[in-house]
Design a protein around this ligand. Structure first.
Ligand SMILES: [Zn+2]
Length: 327
């Protein structure tokens, strides 16, 4: 798994306890109506509340049965139909009110550092790690690491340290997560709220897809030690943030849909049957053209292995921005 033994032990212990918490929270929530599935966008195996989570990044060997790592084909169809509808609405709005379509976007970023106490082990990471994370995002989304440039840059507006043991670790789909976000989220649809902490279920992070109506759950959750200089071996160069923000800007995983259909709804990312981990050489899991896009930020490989978005992904993100998050 590439985890240090002591980290593995600690995280494995955490999984056992948080799995129970997650199941309990699911029982409390009850059955989620299918009608809300599109805005919810959890994958088929996700047991969390449907209006909460979009997609996650997980380490190799993570507890995949609890992870929202993939959408169903139906959820992808519903999301893409909603994007088309949102674009039509925007087009009508533009015709009537003269709103402009943005070509370059600076995203204000509010970072909430969730802590159990004031120690590093308790979640108190230094602000220098946060500023380095923003630098990683700006390089990645500018294409400076080798991929296509995108329209997006990121401007840190606030680092907010919050000590609350009830929110630590951050348990995906829990009432505590909802309470945390409801209490802390700042800004409008265009503001990126990032919540950092120890996470449940061996997850590196999760994010919400954009929605037409702003929801207090909107934002990105990432493992605190995944930031540059963190202790999450192989996942500590900041690309969990890059990946999760890709979801926040409406990207799917490169392995979405496997080898068939429209896959990740982006034409220039070769189809991929399943997530790639670590950094495999020559992986080619589909008979369609192209090797697996293991260097893409929307796969599951090591941070050192992923360095690019494609022009198609850049286009999809900007289209979704104009449909959902632009003022
Ligand atoms: Zn993901």
């Amino acid at each position: 798994m590439g985890l240090r033994p002591n980290l593995l032990t600690r995280r494995t212990a955490g999984v056992a306890s948080t799995t129970l918490a997650l199941l309990l929270s699911t029982a409390a929530v009850g059955v989620v109506p299918a009608a809300s599935a599109f805005s919810a966008a959890p994958d088929a195996s996700c047991v969390g509340p449907a209006d909460v989570h979009s997609d996650a990044r997980v380490k190799k060997g993570g507890s995949a049965k609890l992870d929202p790592n993939e959408l169903t084909a139906k959820q992808v169809r519903e999301r893409d139909a909603d994007l088309a509808a949102a674009l039509r609405e925007r087009a009508n709005f533009r015709a009537g009110a003269g709103a402009t379509t943005l070509a370059t976007v600076t995203i204000p970023v509010v970072v909430h550092v969730i802590q159990r106490d004031s120690t590093r082990a308790g979640g108190n990471i230094p602000d220098s790690m946060v500023t380095q994370q923003i630098d990683v995002l700006n390089k990645a989304y500018a294409g400076a690491t080798g991929g296509a440039p995108t329209a997006f840059s990121f401007q840190l507006t606030k680092v907010h340290h919050v000590t609350n043991a009830a929110w630590y670790p951050i348990v995906q789909g829990s009432s505590a997560e909802r309470s945390m976000k409801t209490s802390l989220r700042e800004g409008g649809k265009n503001t990126l709220n990032i919540y950092l902490g120890e996470l449940s279920d061996n997850l590196l992070g999760w994010a919400t897809f954009p929605q037409r109506k702003l929801n207090s759950m909107d934002g990105v959750v990432a493992l605190n030690e995944s930031l540059p200089g963190g202790t999450a071996t192989n996942y500590n160069q900041g690309d969990t943030g890059t990946h999760e923000i890709g979801h926040w800007l409406n990207l799917y995983h490169t392995f979405q849909g496997g080898c068939s259909g429209s896959g990740d709804s982006v034409s220039d990312t070769p189809a991929e049957a399943s997530p790639a981990y670590e950094c495999p050489t020559g992986r080619d899991t589909c008979t369609t053209a192209g090797l697996d896009p293991i260097t893409n930020f929307m796969d599951y490989t090591y941070d050192s292995c992923m360095y690019q978005f494609t022009p198609g992904q850049a286009s999809r993100m900007l289209t979704a921005w104009n449909a959902y998050r632009a003022a």
